[in-house]
Design a protein around this ligand. Structure first.
Ligand SMILES: [Zn+2]
Length: 66
């Protein structure tokens, strides 16, 4: 870690970095039906859930965002 580089960061850059870090990292899960790879369909930030669709069997399911 370069400490000098960190201290030279402008307040604006630091704020931008913080904003990125605060965004939830949302990754698709595995299909609960067939275990296949799911892909992210949509994210509901109000309910904090994500809709996913299975690439193999086409199942759509919803899970809570941690
Ligand atoms: Zn599936």
């Amino acid at each position: 870690m370069d400490v000098r580089l960190r201290s030279r960061r402008s307040a604006r850059q630091a704020a931008a970095t913080q904003t990125i870090e605060e965004e939830p990292v949302v990754l698709p899960n595995w299909c609960p039906q067939c275990g296949g790879a799911g892909y992210l369909d949509s994210i509901n930030l109000t309910r904090e859930t994500k809709m996913q669709t299975c690439q193999q069997c086409g199942l759509r399911w919803e899970t809570h965002i941690d």
